[in-house]
Design a protein around this ligand. Structure first.
Ligand code: SF4
Length: 341
């Protein structure tokens, strides 16, 4: 098995069969994590990029089976921040030292192209990098956001298994999802995608295909999240994702794409105490602390057990910095584009 890790370390290339063997064999997990950590350090050094995350609306017109924000969830109190509130949160995040702001929300049609362009321009006046996570938009909308100054866009493919995708995301089109990701690349965004690990009926073979897809499109950022069943969704009785498997998917992704940005996701820490610290030691180089304030942190209820919902943005900033320094890493003072330290 070590020859597969050696090959990955030296060539950053694996075939589907080799990836499946790594995913299947838990006896190599620690060696895999060490190799991913080595590749991360060699390529990107010890910097960790912090992204200040603003969850600006929990209203969504979609109905994804796994997501607490889905349209049919009537148990969730909905909120939508005003433009001024969003810009004010971004301003505070910059004052806390964040070099990147991420604005993320459900697919909420209130935020038209013109409203988003205005928000983007105002946030970009603070001299920060800006990442959008707004779901599926038209080419023209993506283009307008880019021209307004947006730098990056996150849109998870969730799974590259078309049947599973259609089961999980009813009313949505797998082809359109692929097109969105392609269009963002054409428009020169830094493109982030990713998957949920542990969806019902997901196989290791399909996860191997997902990883090869990340490599094929040469994604700039990859977010891997364990699927955590939400009480208020049709998948409430599903098993959910496994922390170790999620880490392994992340580590293999690091081996194949050595210079990209990979977040230690909040969902990992919701599954395992110190999950983000562990992820940072298995290939991750980014953390996205929440800079949303007050009850909105709790109401952005993608999955249960979400961490830090009662904390303040300032407390999160201090907490994550101490976690990073405790493992001899440093918070980067750059905007953290792909390959930057
Ligand atoms: S995953 Fe995204 S698009 Fe789907 S319901 Fe949740 S917020 Fe909406």
């Amino acid at each position: 098995m070590n020859y597969i890790l050696e090959k990955a370390k030296n060539t950053h290339d694996l075939n589907k069969d080799e990836i499946i063997r790594l995913l299947k064999d838990d006896s190599i997990s620690e060696s895999l994590f060490e190799t991913a950590d080595y590749v991360r350090e060699k390529t990107l050094g010890n910097s960790v990029h912090l992204r200040g995350l603003i969850e600006f609306t929990n209203i969504c017109k979609r109905n994804c089976m796994y997501c607490g924000l889905r349209r049919d969830n009537e148990n969730l109190k909905r909120y939508r921040l005003s433009e001024d509130e969003i810009v004010e949160l971004a301003k505070k995040a910059v004052a806390y030292g964040y070099k990147t702001i991420v604005i993320q929300g459900g697919e909420d049609d209130y935020f038209t192209k013109d409203r988003m362009v205005s928000i983007i321009k105002r946030i970009k006046s603070f001299d920060v990098a800006l990442t959008l996570s707004l779901g599926e938009k038209t080419f023209e909308e993506y283009k307008a956001f880019k021209e307004a100054g947006a730098d990056r866009y996150l849109i998870r493919i969730e799974t590259t298994d078309k049947k599973l995708y259609n089961d999980m995301d009813p009313e949505m089109s797998f082809e359109n999802r692929l097109d969105c990701i392609k269009n963002l690349g054409i428009l020169n965004y830094e493109v982030g995608t990713g998957i949920l690990v542990g969806l019902p009926n997901q196989t290791l073979e399909s996860i191997a295909d997902d990883i090869l897809y990340f490599k094929k499109i040469n994604a700039d950022m990859i977010g891997i999240g364990p699927f955590i069943p939400n009480e208020d969704t049709p998948l409430k009785d599903a098993h959910g994702g496994n922390f170790t498997l999620s880490l392994k998917v992340m580590a293999i992704t690091r081996l194949l794409l050595p210079d990209i940005n990979i977040p230690a996701t909040t969902a990992m820490e919701s599954l395992s105490p110190n999950g983000r610290t562990k992820a940072l030691q298995c290939g991750a180089n980014v953390v996205m602390p929440n800079v949303t304030e007050g009850e909105y942190r709790r109401l952005y209820a993608l999955y249960p057990g979400k961490i830090c919902v009662d904390d303040t943005p300032l407390k999160c900033r201090g907490c994550i910095t101490s976690k990073i320094t405790r493992i001899n890493r440093v918070v980067s003072d750059t905007k953290g584009f792909r390959g930057q330290r």
